[in-house]
Design a protein around this ligand. Sequence first.
Ligand code: MN
Length: 387
Amino acid sequence: MKKRIAILGSTGSIGKQALDIVRAQPDKLAIEVLTAHHNADLLIRQAIEFQPNAVVIADDAYYSRVQQALQPMDIKVFAGRQSLLDIVEMSTIDMVLVALVGFSGLEPTYRAINARKAVALANKETLVAGGAMIMSKVRHSDLVFLPVDSEHSAIFQCLTGEHVPVSKILLTASGGPFFGKKRDELSGVKAAQALKHPNWNMGNKVTIDSATMMNKGLEMIEAHWLFNVAPERIEILVQPQSIVHSMVEFADGSIKGQMSLPDMHIPIQYAFSFPYRWETSYPKLSFAQCATLDFYEPDRQTFECINLAYKAIERGGNIPCAMNAANEVAVAAFLHDKISFLQIADVVACVMDKINYVNEASLDNFSHTDALSRLIAKEYIQSIERK
Ligand code: MN
């Protein structure tokens, strides 16, 4: 039986790589649903190739274009955010891959879990903002909930077969394009420089997060919720070659790690194939050729976002959600050249100071916090722009 997959965000970086896997595994996987935000042309091409049951274009301005293109093929076409939320409940879906960017992933993930779908989560912001709510549903249930983020896939692989508590998670980071740089060298950097990631080919949001190292802060919180490990037991370690994707230390001092070339196809496929592993034709790691594996402590004076993330999870409640919203707004402002690279952390710190603490693990709280945090972030950005 083929596993029938819904890909939320099929035109993004993860979505496209997920389709590579479906293309390579036609006897194991089939596409049931594809969704895109506004890349109508690519969505149409993907739908023609993969013949899903239905597609959703979230920006309804593109509805008629998609509808006209797919009408002859008997593919159902829906539009709008509400359709994106409703479609995950479709009875013919076996697994939902959430490959949306940012807070927008939280509600569809929540709906998929409530509909008892297997979920492969590539959207870390869902757990940063709403981890308490999502994991209270997932834990003590038999729901399949698999991480796609490469570090979390690595940790999950290290924990598979283990039935003991974790002593420590060693969460590895590439260090991003500015690894080794100090604050004064980063004050004038522009988006084009920050978008040049040394190892990984990813979307813009996560690439900027990788440059500020907020990505690792978000992933620390993601790991905390996924694996129920206290933040003080999650240690960030820079591994510039991006070969060791994370490690787990156990009580006896044994450390397990997962290694491969930096290629997102591997963790995406593992989420589809788990508990099995499938043969692939992608290049494989050669230890003789990779020569060295280096490890460093992160520079927390330069990359302040790491400290902000530990502070946010320590305070708990809606503070990580506020941090995430502020970061999304700040990254967009940096990409539009409205604030400097170092001001991204300032925006996040400002919002974390100003937002009211609410400790309630509900969608209403997180949606409200997200909206309010965005407003505070935008006001602050306007105030520093004027200076
Ligand atoms: Mn990652």
